[in-house]
Design a protein around this ligand. Structure first.
Ligand code: NAP
Length: 318
């Protein structure tokens, strides 16, 4: 089918039917952070569309569980246990993937995390860890795989950021890492403009039911602004939006309301801060807009307070 008839077929295919067209059979998809949470959900979603997924994170047992779940549902998956903040280990992984699988067609960067901490709570080491597990790991992986992608002039790079990049909050390192990822996506999009490599930046709101992110980064759920919990996605929604973005070759996927609010951020942030201080004076101690339960919260998790009090007994293990 030529490009014109393909376009016509696309126009006359209903939206509902189009949702089922994305076929990733024969594609090799590497997903960082594939041992838990969003990475695992995305790996399962891509495998269900026929991709052979390669999941990467540090803990072998978690990776094995992802691989098992994919095999059980008839998909293809392999695991690589790698610390993505280690440049040499990432290079070695890329060589290994080249030898075993001949390269990759899709790269999804969902590894890393970070607690929501204010400036005096964030040690220099923790800031470095957050930046390297989120931004540098993404950079290293893309850098190690981009050569073959450019050679075949085909591929997709999906960067999972966070809508928290834009919200008024005190999480100095996590927020900065999210901005770094956003910058990386924008720069790559420009850099790869005249290639057939799609760059897609995904900016999820908080995911509900809670993922393992909130176990790996204790205290974080309690520090999200109250109104933020009104704009959640389920893991299934996130995967569906990513698949739709791949199908449409989108550059940016986010919650529609966040998309609307983001450009207004410089204008609304100060009035919002003023309003929150007037409306919730008791929260002063917890930082701007924090405390989804509208009561003072501990500003540090090192004081023995069990943040798990507020969480469901068992977070959603996806
Ligand atoms: N969950 C949400 O509500 C949400 C919303 C918006 C954005 N996000 C962003 O999406 C990302 C993924 O979220 P999630 O819910 O999937 O978090 P998660 O459950 O904590 O998963 C993070 C994954 O990254 C891996 N990882 C961490 N450091 C690594 C390293 N140095 N090398 C290799 N792998 C590493 C972890 O496995 P190992 O520890 O075994 O290495 C884990 O598999 C987070 O960074 C978060 O900022 C999450």
């Amino acid at each position: 089918m030529g490009p014109v008839s393909q376009g016509a077929a696309h126009l006359f295919t209903s939206r509902k039917r189009r949702r089922h067209l994305l076929d990733l059979s024969g594609e090799r998809a590497l997903i960082t952070g594939g041992g838990h949470g969003l990475g695992r959900a995305i790996a399962k979603g891509l495998a269900a569309r026929g991709a052979h997924v390669l999941v990467v994170s540090r803990r072998q047992a978690a990776l094995d569980e992802t691989v098992r779940q994919i095999h059980d549902s008839g998909g293809r998956a392999d695991a690589f246990a790698v610390d993505l903040t280690d440049i040499a280990a990432v290079r070695q992984m890329a060589e290994e993937i080249g030898r075993q699988h001949g390269g990759v067609d899709i790269v999804v960067l969902a590894a890393g995390g970070g607690r929501f901490l204010s400036i005096e709570e964030t040690s220099e080491e923790e800031a470095a860890n957050i930046m390297s597990s989120r931004y540098l790991s993404a950079f290293y992986v893309i850098r190690s795989l981009i050569g073959p992608m450019l050679k075949q002039d085909r591929g997709r790079i999906v960067i999972i950021g966070s809508s928290f990049a834009w919200l008024h909050s005190f999480n100095v390192a996590y927020k900065a890492a999210a901005h770094a990822l956003h910058g990386l996506a924008q720069a790559l999009e420009t850099d790869l403009y005249d290639t057939n490599i799609q760059v897609m930046y995904v900016e999820p709101p908080p995911i509900w039911p809670l993922t393992t992110f909130f176990v790996h980064n204790p205290g974080t759920a309690q520090r999200l602004p109250a109104f933020y919990w009104r704009f959640t996605w389920t893991p299934e929604q996130l995967v569906a939006y990513i698949l739709r973005g791949l199908e449409r070759r989108s550059a940016y996927v986010s919650h529609p309301l966040m998309r609307l609010l983001n450009p207004l951020y410089p204008v609304v942030s100060r009035p919002l801060l003023w309003y929150s201080r007037r409306r919730f004076p008791a929260l002063e101690d917890g930082g701007p807009l924090s405390g989804r339960r509208r009561r003072p919260i501990a500003r540090t998790s090192a004081d023995g307070r069990d943040f798990a009090d507020d969480l469901p007994a068992s977070p959603h293990q996806i």
